[in-house]
Design a binder for this molecule. Structure first.
Ligand SMILES: [Zn+2]
Ligand SMILES: [Zn+2]
Length: 275
């Protein structure tokens, strides 16, 4: 009740959202079904597979305390805008985000895509462990930096129809749902995949950009909602930012005031990507 009434308050302060059908109560129903599936899985940590710890068995989540506290932080110094580690550079100059659209004011991640974060992303994307996405979104809400909290709405990056069939859910949407509840900010799944593109896994940064460019489209009925608003774009992993750029291009049709990106993990240079 607390979440629903607060979300209503937030939507009330942002009138266009009331007609956008952003109902957190609906999210709770789908989370209940997902929770049932997770309940049927053997109780063990989704990252380290250790036998059921007390907190996992007590239903406090699918991740043990060691793994939750051991998520590797992004090293500093990092780019003020995109969060990419700058190594020994004294920048503010950063090659990663220099050609990002002006609307993107920042990109944030909770941790690096290294163990145990890597295992968690794998469990969510390839092992059907939806509850891991709930954990990620909840943890991201708990530790959200200030720019992430100052948005009007949350938009998940859509996945392809093929992945949706294979997984049964969009992993970015699962994370975004838990994040929306945790931050008490309306969720608006307003982007669609326009076409099916191949895997990003083996592509270099330029190929990634070309591969995903034009892949998303803003659903027409949400154009008025986006106008002038501050949008939080949510994904599971940030690699080169190509997906963010493509999503922001699509959101641009609704003329958002600003876009902030937030993902669970980011890859480190030369690391193996698992998109
Ligand atoms: Zn663990
Ligand atoms: Zn940067």
């Amino acid at each position: 009740m607390r979440v629903d009434s607060s979300a209503g308050r937030r939507a009330g302060s942002f009138p266009a959202l009331r007609s956008a059908g952003c109902r957190i109560a609906g999210i709770r129903r789908s989370r209940l079904l997902a929770g049932l599936a997770d309940f049927l899985l053997p109780p063990a940590c989704a990252a380290c597979s250790s036998p059921a710890t007390e907190e996992v068995r007590a239903g406090k989540g699918p991740v043990c305390q060691n793994c939750r506290l051991g998520l590797p932080p992004v090293p500093h110094p990092a780019c003020d805008r995109c969060g990419a580690p700058l190594g020994t550079g004294e920048a503010p100059s950063c090659l990663e985000c220099q050609d990002w659209p002006d609307e993107v004011t920042g990109a944030h991640t909770l941790c690096l895509l290294e163990s145990p974060a890597r295992e968690l992303v794998h469990a969510l994307k390839y092992q059907g462990w939806r509850g891991v996405g709930d954990f990620m979104g909840t943890e991201m809400a708990r530790r959200a930096p200030e720019p992430v909290r100052r948005v009007d709405c949350i938009v998940p990056v859509p996945t392809s129809r093929r992945n949706l069939r294979r997984r049964g859910y969009n992993q970015a949407a699962v994370i975004a749902e838990a994040l929306a509840i945790g931050l008490e900010i309306p969720l608006i799944p307003c982007l669609e995949r326009r076409r099916q593109e191949g895997t990003q896994t083996t592509l270099n940064p330029m190929q990634r950009r070309a591969n995903v460019s034009g892949a998303f489209v803003l659903q027409g009925r949400f154009r008025d909602v986006m106008a002038g608003s501050r949008v939080l774009l949510v994904d599971d992993v940030i690699t080169t930012g190509a997906t963010i750029v493509a999503a922001v291009e699509a959101l641009g049709a609704g003329a958002p005031g600003a876009v902030v990106a937030y993902a669970f993990a980011r890859t480190v240079p030369l690391s193996t990507d698992i998109n």
